[in-house]
Design a protein around this ligand. Sequence first.
Ligand code: ADP
Ligand code: ZN
Length: 518
Amino acid sequence: MDLAAAQHILKTTFGYDDFRPGQQAVIEHVMAGENSLAIMPTGGGKSLCYQIPALMFDGITVVVSPLISLMKDQVDALNDSGIPATFINSSVDWPDIQERLAGLHNGAYKLLYVAPERLDSAAFLQALGQLPVDLLAVDEAHCISQWGHDFRPSYLALSTAIEQLPTQPQVLALTATATEQVAADICQQLRIDPQNEVNTGFARDNLDLTVVKDQDTDRFILDYLKVNQGETGIIYASTRKEVTRLTTLLTRHHVKAAAYHAGLSDDERRANQEDFLYDRIQVMVATNAFGMGIDKSNVRFVIHAQVPGTLEAYYQEAGRAGRDGLPSEAILLYRAQDLQIQHFFIDQSERDESNKQREYQKLQVMSQYANTQGCLQQFILAYFGEDSEPCGRCSNCRDDREAQDITVSAQKVLSCVVRLRSRFGKGIVAQVLTGAHNQRVRDNHLEELSTYGIMSGQRQKSVGELIDFLTAAGYLQSVGGQYPTLAITQEGASVLKGETQVFRKMARKAKRLAPVDD
Ligand code: ADP
Ligand code: ZN
């Protein structure tokens, strides 16, 4: 391809001297006429990967994006840079659509942004078929996969739509969040040769990951905002009720905050979002309804007051901090009982049974993320199939507590799991180890086990935490979805044989934050 031409556009139209990692490779694939997939972190610069080719092609580039609320802003920004673009979504009325289509016919626009729902309409596809479409850019492409965390049924219409277009446009799929499985699914559905995948990796070097366990949420957040006065951020919670509660708390403590969740009217949401985008408020307290495509560059922190349902969702939400490349923080406030809320969401969802089991398993990964003592970034990257070194910045890498040899306790837990023949979950294992008396234990004759009560000096909760640690560290695995049972892994077996020692950083006493009492 004409690299000089692409570079010229980069400089003159967008005002940048150099391509960001991956951009050139993606543009090369596109200009070579190949269907391709770009995986780049949030803020990595995915838009240029189709905007520059759009300016180099003779015809039109259609951008499929679920971010209806942002389309107008995106198109306005392009027009301001002298790039003729328009959009068609549910906010545009029919006469206006006709006018825009006529403009597209006459070569008045290089880019057309559409919502995926448009492609369900035969009339719209018919109209699109009359246009010289060279390239179809599919933004947030992970939405096409049922394996992903944000599946949208209307994305399924894409592959049929592409087939029906007489110009047979080539496809560029883009996403910031795709496990290997999701990437494979995108490639399969959109007919992308996996060789044409450009993956710059998921690491975000300006994002410091932190897990804070079992602290008072309100106190933590208020203290954090005091120390980081004036910084802009997002606080995510799982339920509307908790969003409302936290917003009230912050407002009462003179923090400029607003709420965002699906229970608010469109107008309220729009107003709050704009207040946040234009820095009229400091903190947005929100459910996961807020965020996809929020192009606010100076978000300095993202705090999850409650654990989200999957690591993909977590990393995507956390990744909204620091799009400008400046140091930023992503903090997960973790309490094991918050997993129950997500459990409930899965249980109540209209997914089929195997789908539910998969979601339960994804939730267990969140528990492992919160309980690992290894590098948090490394944990996330490994989840996305990427090898990496410890980041040196996350709360675990910064944790300077001395690790203690807990091999003997680990052996007690592991042998109990073996004695229970991997038939029971964490609760029962902890009860047996601590020698609990209850019906379930009696019914299963568990008092007769040799490991019954061998940790009777300890509380069930702390044995439960030890089990979580051993699971996150890979000595135990939890098997199954909704009611997982524990089994030992190969590493666990080697601990039992005395071949491997287990080390754990132990909690320092005290240092609990006092709750907020007003
Ligand atoms: P993504 O969609 O991957 O999250 P965007 O395409 O919105 O990211 O780009 C993020 C920011 O980076 C934007 O402000 C964009 O203008 C800027 N950007 C993109 N490419 C470059 C580049 N080559 N050099 C400098 N800044 C860039
Ligand atoms: Zn780290």
